[in-house]
Design a protein around this ligand. Structure first.
Ligand SMILES: *Cc1c(COP(=O)(O)O)cnc(C)c1O
Length: 487
């Protein structure tokens, strides 16, 4: 029987399955009191290994119950206020509803004949986002939804590479490829270096521009880096500026960088995977001033826009540059097609209708609703920074810009190296306890703890509670850390 499939014969089965799943999730949601269980990796491994994949349970209710036991009970809960580790957000309920819709209909947006209005909806959102960026309509801005910032950055840099190589210049394509450089701030996301590698550029293709005081890109050093590449006969495929660095939330000085790029006729890519939500912030849109001068922009809707993974977009100032991603197949997207085929703009072929999530969110709470939620998160980061700064046993490593707070715990009598060692053990102990999840990183050669906020429901009291937990586990661990250091 095919009654497990979504067909005209199965509306009742479909509704029952979804209702029972949704009811299970709702009960679970009401009961969550910590960002994860305290189960050990060994326990979880046993749980999953014990399932016999060759013996189906046959009944969805039983499967939902099993999945609750295996997955829901142990998943990392991004909506819990004790979760402060990475750029994960509680998700917009209209977006979750959209996921149920798109999963059932299973639209593939790559061609008109698999998609129809879904194509138009994605295109409207792309146009809308390009408008929010402020790309001039005269340049024909365009873009495409992608699976994330990593893919958006890859396609941006691929497009920039091809645009550069399409300009007249001495040398064969191979010779020019070897001399191509990507110039990025030292805090640029690692996906930039990965993209350079995937794009077949030379191992030293990524030129990192040092930071000025405060951490953002030093524009004098940028100017110098561009001159150096040009003086040695190389070509700059793109400058990558970051609007919201993953660690520190830094925003590079976009207007000055854009001016320099224009002067050198160099492609400017702005990686706003994290900071892109500022496009709808009622109070902080100015932090993105200058983004309208970029040639390409990455925005992750699954970070500061409260969308479920995956939802990202690459937006181009001049949509005609998407032609570099176009390959035609007679059976799918022939050259002379009358209706739009989004596959012409994408690195993917079969592609999810992720745009509907953002669409239904905007249609429910509006851009302002999203922006206000982000503002609350950014306000919280400022307050958390103050709380950390005022605590005698905590050291604020950098003033928060967006929603990350970097700090070190300094119990009395602990030297720098011991404080360094303490960071990772504290982070791991908190994770193991299941009661709070924070991140760690290295800034200026020193390890520090990191809060990343993206939950508008998290309060200063939640932050104080996590700081207390950090003190508690540090107190328990300190003898261990000291011993590890002595070894
Ligand atoms: C998160 C992030 C990325 C990568 O995005 P994914 O959606 O995780 O692939 C790229 N750049 C910046 C600045 C980011 O914060």
């Amino acid at each position: 029987m095919n009654d497990f499939l979504f067909t005209r014969e199965t509306p009742a089965q479909y509704a029952r399955a979804l209702h029972s799943t949704v009811d299970t999730v709702a009960v679970h949601l009401a009961g969550v009191r910590s960002p994860r269980s305290a189960a050990t990796p060994d326990e979880l491994e046993d749980l999953v290994a014990d399932v016999d994949l060759d013996r189906p349970l046959g009944d969805l209710d039983a499967v939902v119950e099993e999945t609750r036991r295996l997955y829901l009970d142990h998943a990392v809960q991004f909506h819990d206020p004790g979760y402060m580790a990475h750029l994960n957000c509680p998700v917009a309920i209209p977006a979750v509803a959209a996921e149920a819709l798109t999963a059932a209909v299973n639209t593939a947006v790559e061609t008109w004949d698999q998609s129809t209005t879904a194509t138009l909806i994605e295109q409207r959102l792309v146009d809308w986002a390009a408008g929010r960026i402020g790309f001039p309509t005269a340049e024909g801005p365009d873009g495409v939804f992608t699976s994330g910032g990593t893919q958006s950055n890859l396609q941006a840099l691929f497009t920039a590479r091809e645009e550069r190589l399409s300009r007249a210049h001495p040398g064969s394509r191979r010779e020019r490829l070897a001399g191509l450089r990507i110039v990025a701030g030292e805090h640029a996301h690692f996906s930039v270096a990965k993209a350079a590698h995937l794009l077949g550029l030379s191992p030293d293709a990524v030129v990192l521009v040092p930071a000025a005081r405060g951490g953002a890109m030093d524009v004098i050093a940028l100017e110098r880096a561009l001159h150096e590449v040009e003086a040695t006969g190389g070509e700059v495929a793109a400058v990558v500026a970051t609007a919201g660095s993953t660690d520190l939330g830094l925003v590079d000085p976009l207007p000055r960088i854009a001016g320099i790029c224009r002067g050198h006729r160099v492609w400017l890519h702005v990686d706003a995977a994290y900071g892109g939500g500022l496009l709808v912030s009622p109070t902080r849109r100015h932090l993105l001033d200058g983004i309208e001068q970029a040639d390409s922009v990455t925005v992750d809707f699954h970070k500061s826009w409260f969308q479920p993974v995956a939802a990202s977009a690459l937006l181009l100032r001049a949509g005609r540059n998407l032609r570099f991603s176009t390959w035609n197949a007679e059976y799918l997207n022939p050259r002379d097609a009358v209706q739009p085929n989004l596959v012409d703009k994408s690195l993917q072929t079969t592609r999810r209708f992720d745009a509907l999530k953002l669409w239904m969110t905007l249609r429910t709470v509006g851009a302002e609703g999203v922006g206000r939620a982000l503002d609350r998160v950014l306000d919280l980061a400022q307050e958390a920074g103050r709380v950390v700064d005022e605590a005698p046993d905590m050291e604020l490593v950098a003033a928060p810009v967006l929603s990350t707070v970097l700090f070190r715990h300094r119990p009395p009598g602990l030297d720098d190296d011991a404080a360094d060692r303490l960071v990772e053990t504290v982070r791991a102990a908190l994770f193991d306890s299941g009661r709070a999840i924070v991140a760690s990183t290295v800034v200026g050669g020193r390890r520090c703890l990191k809060f990343t906020f993206l939950n508008p429901g998290t309060t200063v009291a939640d932050v104080e509670q996590v700081l207390d937990r950090i003190r508690d586990v540090a107190r328990e661990l300190l003898p261990v850390a000291a011993v590890a250091g002595a070894r």
